[in-house]
Design a protein around this ligand. Structure first.
Ligand code: GTP
Ligand code: MG
Length: 304
């Protein structure tokens, strides 16, 4: 299955809202673009969680181009799609690999957002490319978290570093980098415990993990990935702001896009944050991660 089909499958709930509602707007052939029409269009866009600001910009564009005219559905769709592509534009930016030594990736986010699963997915990709991967189980808070990552490491053929339950996660991160350097690994990925962006002490703990790694390898962490659960919608914006403040996130993974009718949140995120969406998660298996491509994403959003 190609990228487009996978994303399309992941976005089918969002696409269903958009397509049904857009068709409803055009019950009769052609429609007069008046204030009532524009208001209905606005409500439809907001329902997908793309945010008020983005929805307003799109509606403004439709108004500018078509107000007072009788239009066909496809004319309006073309304006919406073009504006969305414009709003979503970002440099194509998957993981940036270090020129020498291991590329260090730190993964963070709120509880249950999909961090560990995302790490498994990234590992699967990297191992598939012939890279040697060392995982660090710096979520020492829950015993099950270490087990979960260990199972993935064994299954995917990666090395893993763990620490005693309740031990300092920064020390696990430290050992992970040490091992990655010693093994001449290509990538070290450090998992962290879930935390709310408002928990000050836990955010400080995250800062410490970051600091420890940057002392070992000056450019590390090369990537700080924030995983956002797409089903939580607009709260992701607040998460991104706080996590970025604490650990300078370099990009986002939008997980669980397959389970949501709020796929439009990716639009709100691109509009409000200066962070690229690197990948999207569209299922629970190790293969269910795709590089984020804004153009394809927008097309999939409207693919019936
Ligand atoms: N449908 C779907 N489920 C996902 C996706 N990513 C993760 N999940 C599921 O979400 C649940 C939580 O995933 P984890 O990877 O354990 O989340 P976490 O952020 O590591 O959780 P904590 O370590 O407890 O904070 C699991 O049941 C995963 O299988 C996705 O892209 N799609
Ligand atoms: Mg986890």
């Amino acid at each position: 299955m190609g990228f487009f089909d996978k994303i399309k499958q992941g976005l089918f709930k969002t696409a269903r809202i958009l397509n049904t509602d857009i068709r409803d707007l055009f019950k009769q052939q052609g429609r007069h673009v008046d204030d009532a029409f524009l208001e209905e269009l606005f409500e439809m866009l907001v329902k997908t969680d793309m945010g008020v600001a983005a929805s307003k910009e799109i509606v403004d564009e439709v108004r500018t181009q078509h107000r007072g005219r009788i239009v066909e559905m496809v004319e309006v769709l073309d304006v919406i799609k073009a504006k969305l592509k414009d709003l979503m534009r970002q440099p194509s930016e998957p993981i940036r690999f270090a020129e020498a030594g291991p590329t260090v990736v730190m993964v963070c986010g709120v509880n249950g957002c999909g961090k560990t699963t995302t790490i498994a997915k990234l590992t699967s990709q990297f191992v598939g490319e012939g890279k040697k991967v060392v995982l660090g189980a710096a979520d020492t808070f829950r015993a099950a978290a270490v087990e979960q990552l260990t199972v993935w490491a064994d299954r995917l053929g990666a090395e893993i570093v763990t620490g005693p339950s309740g031990s300092d996660p920064a020390s696990v991160a430290h050992k992970t980098i040490e091992k990655a350097v010693a093994l001449k690994a290509d990538v070290a990925i450090v998992d962290t415990a879930g935390r709310l962006q408002t928990q000050k002490n836990l955010m400080q703990e995250l800062e410490k993990i970051r600091r420890v790694m940057s002392k070992q390898v000056p450019a590390a962490p090369h990537e700080v990935i924030l995983v956002l659960d797409a089903t939580t919608g607009q709260n992701g914006i607040s998460q991104a702001k706080h996590f970025t403040q604490a650990v300078q996130c370099t990009g986002l993974v939008l997980a669980k896009l397959d389970g949501t009718a709020k796929g439009g949140v990716a639009v709100a995120i691109r509009k409000q944050l200066d962070l690229p969406v690197k990948y999207v998660g569209i299922g629970e298996s190790a293969a269910d991660l795709v590089v984020f491509e804004p153009e394809l994403f927008v097309d999939a959003l409207f693919a019936a």
